[in-house]
Write a new protein. Structure first.
Length: 231
């Protein structure tokens, strides 16, 4: 009945009544590359070739990240990439559940043996969140927390200064852009907590790394990162 009144179309190609997701058809999902081994044991960045052992990328070898591990469900491309851009820039809030499906699958596959205390989103600068009307990472994190039966703690980490968009910046520029941009949240009791940090897209990992550093400064025992897509 709802499909008759409010027809659903694929966010990637526009096909009506898409499956297997609510707003993503199989063709668009299949056209998106899943992040699968081999990848960096620490940050989850895929590597080309046949690697039969735990592999650590050059970036993580040169400077150990603040987060313990980071994993992503798919590459930032295809129909899922279109859905993420629509959620972030076009107010397509109806896509949250489809993207949360991917997050949930990634967490269950990659963090099966980890017990999390809190789910925490990467925060936006307040004026940017007011302009957009929402924080897409917070929507995804809240949906994931409900599915996994975990506590959702939105204000565990905060931005203390505005930053320019990371789009188009090199890896060193991205790291400098978010350096010292985060602090533990007011009244956040982070001591000994095992945090699942959620963002929509991870490219070089500069933003989630800066967030993880702030969480550990506040006393978090471990910070695990999960994102829908890897840039």
């Amino acid at each position: 009945m709802l499909d008759l009144l409010y027809p659903r179309n694929c966010a990637g190609c526009g096909q009506p009544s898409p499956n297997p997701f609510r707003y993503l058809c199989w063709d668009c999902y299949a056209d998106t590359t899943r992040v699968e081994p081999p990848f960096c044991h620490c940050c989850g960045d895929p590597v080309a070739g046949d690697v039969q052992h735990d592999y650590t990328c050059f970036a993580c070898s040169r400077q150990t990240p603040h987060f313990d591990f980071a994993r992503s469900a798919v590459r930032y491309e295809g129909g899922v990439g279109e859905a993420l851009r629509a959620l972030k820039y076009e107010d397509a809030l109806w896509l949250v559940d489809d993207l949360a499906d991917l997050l949930e699958a990634c967490v269950r596959a990659e963090y099966e043996d980890v017990e999390f205390d809190w789910v925490v989103p990467v925060p936006l600068w307040p004026s940017r969140q007011r302009d957009r009307g929402y924080n897409q990472s917070a929507l995804l994190a809240a949906a994931l927390a409900r599915r996994e039966g975990l506590l959702y703690k939105e204000k565990s980490v905060r931005r203390i200064r505005p930053t320019s968009t990371q789009t188009g910046l090199t890896a060193p520029q991205r790291a400098a852009n978010v350096s010292r941009a985060f602090r533990p949240g007011f009244f956040a009791r982070l001591e000994g907590r095992r945090i699942l940090l959620v963002d929509d897209v991870m490219t070089t990992g500069a933003t989630v790394n800066a967030c993880a550093g702030a969480l550990k400064d506040g006393g978090a025992e471990a910070v695990y990162v999960v994102t829908v897509a890897r840039g």
